[in-house]
Design a binder for this molecule. Structure first.
Ligand SMILES: [Zn+2]
Length: 61
């Protein structure tokens, strides 16, 4: 006589966990490292300061 009382427990819970895991989002504006003014993004790692012009985010750190 086979036992059919096995119930699927996990599975759908792991899917919900992965969906809410990665929500990192880069800002569209950064503060100028020299004057601290708002610098909107013009490229992936390049921002534009109204006082200093274009500057690039350094990957160090
Ligand atoms: Zn600046």
């Amino acid at each position: 006589m086979p036992d059919e009382r096995t119930s699927p427990s996990a599975g759908w819970r792991t899917v919900y966990g992965e969906m809410g895991a990665s929500t990192d989002y880069e800002a569209d504006t950064l503060d100028c490292p020299d004057c601290g003014d708002d610098s909107p993004r013009v490229r992936k790692a390049t921002f534009w300061c109204p006082n200093h012009g274009a500057w690039t985010v350094s990957a160090s750190g």
